[in-house]
Design a protein around this ligand. Sequence first.
Ligand SMILES: Cc1cc2nc3c(=O)[nH]c(=O)nc-3n(C[C@H](O)[C@H](O)[C@H](O)COP(=O)(O)O)c2cc1C
Length: 191
Amino acid sequence: MVSLEEIIRGRRSIGKVKNEPVPKELIEKMIEAAVWAPNHFATEPWKFVVMTGEGRRVLGQAYADIAADTMQELSEEERALRLEKEVAKAYRSPVVIAAVCVPSDAPRVDAREELAAAHAAVQNLLLMAHASGLGAVWRTGDPAYHPKMKAAFGLAGREQIVGLIYVGYPDMQPSAGKRVPGTEKTAWLEG
Ligand SMILES: Cc1cc2nc3c(=O)[nH]c(=O)nc-3n(C[C@H](O)[C@H](O)[C@H](O)COP(=O)(O)O)c2cc1C
């Protein structure tokens, strides 16, 4: 049995995965882990959009639509090539999960904490992916926060994407993880 510590320390961002389908049960297990993240006032401020196959076109088209706004100087040919590359980004893994923060409007709820909870949910998702033998990477970048991306997923109001999680069976050997030890990041205030 792999320990929790090994799972946490062994998880790496896996940007290159095989073009092999991932069983639905494993994706559901990841999302089930995600929804057990801590959240203040029990708002459960998240939802997930799982894209596979041609379902990924929604994301690819959004990448292309966003990039199209910056292509005024390109020739028709260059433009077509670039747009194709943008669409292809969504196809880098067999499964892409858009993790969305759905902040509660309830009184006393702090929007910062809603985001914090959604981010914690993504970490759970990543850890369960790793524990299930899958590789995953949490991607964002400007397009993830673009109004056109929100529109592509039909997000309303203060809903926002907090991560595009690319998932599949690993097709790379990640380099060893490296972190400054926790002891060097800690101040103890003791009596
Ligand atoms: C909020 C957030 C956004 C991220 N966005 C990207 C991204 O757009 N592209 C990418 O390759 N990695 C992205 N990452 C992954 C980090 O680059 C990665 O976690 C970091 O390099 C540490 O490597 P590790 O995950 O293997 O420990 C993101 C991570 C977080 C927490």
